[in-house]
Design a protein around this ligand. Sequence first.
Ligand SMILES: [Ca+2]
Ligand SMILES: [Ca+2]
Ligand SMILES: [Ca+2]
Ligand SMILES: [Ca+2]
Length: 259
Amino acid sequence: MKKTMFIAVLALGLVLMSMPAAFAIELGTNITIYDGSTYGTNSWYGTQEDNEVEWQSVANQSWDLEGMFLKGTTLSLVGGWDFTNETLHSAPSQYDRDGDKYYTSGDVFIDVDGVSGYDEVFDVAWADGNYTLYKLDADSKYLTTTYVNESNPWKYLSDGDIVTNASGSFSMVQLTVAEAEAVGLEGSDTHNVVSFDLLPILNDLGVSKTGFTAHFTMECGNDNLMGAAPVPEPQTLLLMGIGLLGLAFIGRKKLGDRS
Ligand SMILES: [Ca+2]
Ligand SMILES: [Ca+2]
Ligand SMILES: [Ca+2]
Ligand SMILES: [Ca+2]
């Protein structure tokens, strides 16, 4: 019986190890929600997010935010929008909210209780590829877009509390045609992806929360991207735990063989 069990665990382990990843980038579940900013009948201003921007905004792929996805605790943002390269988009002075002459990506805001605004924010240094997590309160200050008010907030400014050991890095990647089509996006379009780990937020705020809402926009608010999902299980930790159990079992078996 024990031997059968050992072989079963070993076989399962081998199967898991040898399973090829179908795609380099696996986005997980589409958690995009309607951003509530519909004013017109043009198909680019609908209740969908794919091929949608806000009313009277620029309607093409390079200004389009396509969706939010969740895999384990990894939150991914997808867009035709180039998240990291602001110099692609020059901004007239009246809409240039931070004075750098370009339209820049905003920060990634997270709400976990559904009331009184956002609870935490990934303060993202887009060009540097890193971020710092802040806890927000009533005194926290934001920069806002004035072009599409409904897309606010745009960017975290100051007076949040830094969350200990909750910095991270990312690099923007592009979906292949197959990867885009696997999640229902138009494969022929350009799709940029940036990802953030929600685990520090779950650790900081506790896992008693029932769900979260995420928000992102660019400096002009051209597209308002929202996502919502139940608070994810920290699957990585769960899998690691199972792996360690398996190792312990095999270790015990080997010791048993020697005696
Ligand atoms: Ca699109
Ligand atoms: Ca969109
Ligand atoms: Ca700017
Ligand atoms: Ca939108």
